[in-house]
Design a protein around this ligand. Structure first.
Ligand SMILES: Cc1cc2nc3c(=O)[nH]c(=O)nc-3n(C[C@H](O)[C@H](O)[C@H](O)COP(=O)(O)O)c2cc1C
Ligand code: SF4
Ligand code: SF4
Length: 336
């Protein structure tokens, strides 16, 4: 395999992590407050906190431009300086580069401004909730969430899903600690040039996911300064499994179930976050059996659910990728 191809994956060039700034005049920390909501709601803990100062992002920040810090800040002090993007190579942002825009204002069929519908508000306000209160979720509410999953559409109405609801704290601890050990070992592999090369070969040959070396993934894995439980200390985790024998199998059904369940969790006053890292549970000897995962069920992902510790929902900007329109009579595609 040409070494320049591998190198472009292992050490991509032109990577610009997100840059966020804080208006120190609006932030309450310089006035002596201990607020750190922007830090608490940051999935990669990108902010540096110094007592008596407004938070700042270090030069080697891991910011992935999710904009949670903007909505977490009660003083509206955080703004975007630069959106995550990659100039060239394997991980190049396509099309280069995208602008972060707030949700487009709604119009009716005649083009007049209108209010968002309840469904639109629910979709646009949903955010991943990663900070939960230490409070159990009543089973009556969990049943409503699970029903939202059960009523998802599916190819040929196969309904190829199965849910496992975990509230056992001892099992959660075992998963968190096992996953952490796995991630630590993986980080060591990344740092070894020969191992990194082997992993990159796995990406090019299709054995490993392309995202293995995505700068955001590698950055998050480099975070070994503090232990962070992958299950986010949530009181409930719903594991979502799919039957690979179904038509359109491959995770799509879990995606639909998960989104249905997330929105209903929000509707009943709860918060949720997808946990793709939940797959690491399978690296722990005996965990598959402990979770009751049997043939043919394939674990696809999980949702961490609980009562939000502080406000974490709301609208944020998002990169806008132009849509291709092939309008009747236009004679061809237009990007807009
Ligand atoms: C399939 C999938 C897997 C994810 N896995 C994780 C995860 O393991 N840990 C985590 O903290 N967030 C995870 N997330 C949440 C994303 O980081 C989040 O959706 C993204 O940053 C956008 O933020 P928002 O959901 O608040 O809009 C996952 C999201 C999806 C859809
Ligand atoms: S945009 Fe997201 S990743 Fe970046 S600092 Fe804010 S919360 Fe953290
Ligand atoms: S959330 Fe806002 S007020 Fe609080 S520390 Fe961050 S920037 Fe300052």
């Amino acid at each position: 395999m040409p070494s320049e191809d591998l190198q472009a994956i292992i050490q991509p060039e032109g990577v610009h992590m997100g840059v966020m700034t804080v208006d120190a005049k609006k932030c309450t920390r310089p006035l002596g407050s201990s607020c750190q909501l922007c830090y608490d709601d940051c999935p990669v803990k990108a902010w540096e906190l110094v007592e008596g100062e407004a938070p700042h992002l270090p030069a080697d920040s891991l910011c992935l431009s999710c904009y949670h810090c903007m909505l977490a800040c009660p003083r509206n002090a955080v703004s975007i300086a630069e959106t995550y993007h990659v100039d060239s190579g394997y991980f190049r942002t396509l099309p280069h580069r995208l602008e972060a825009l707030p949700p487009r204002k709604p119009l009716d069929g005649e083009g007049n401004p209108v209010e968002w519908t309840a469904v639109e508000k629910t979709v646009l306000n949903r955010r991943s909730v990663r900070n939960f209160r230490d409070k159990p979720v009543p089973e009556a509410l969990l049943r409503r969430i699970l029903e939202a999953g059960r009523f998802a559409p599916s190819g040929d109405n196969f309904q190829p899903w199965k849910f496992i609801v975990l509230t056992d704290k001892a099992v959660m601890k075992e998963i968190n600690e096992g996953a952490w050990s796995f991630l630590k070992a993986y980080r060591t592999r990344f740092r070894d040039p020969a191992e990194a090369r082997q992993l990159a070969e796995g990406v090019l040959s299709g054995v490993l996911a392309p995202s293995t070396f995505d700068p955001r993934v590698v950055g998050a894995m480099a975070l070994d300064r503090d232990y962070r439980p992958i299950l986010l200390n949530a009181p409930v985790v719903i594991f979502m499994l799919e039957d690979p024998r179904a038509t359109n199998a491959g995770g799509l059904h879990t995606g639909i179930c998960g989104q249905n369940m997330t929105l209903v969790a929000n509707a009943v006053g709860l918060g949720a976050c997808w946990v793709g890292l939940s797959l690491l549970a399978l690296t722990i000897p005996g965990m598959k059996e402990k979770l009751g995962i049997e043939h043919p069920w394939k674990l696809v992902s999980a949702l961490a659910i609980g009562y939000p510790k502080f406000k974490q929902e709301g609208m944020v900007p998002r990169e806008y990728r132009p849509v291709t329109w092939i309008r009747d009579g236009a004679g061809g595609p237009v990007e807009d």
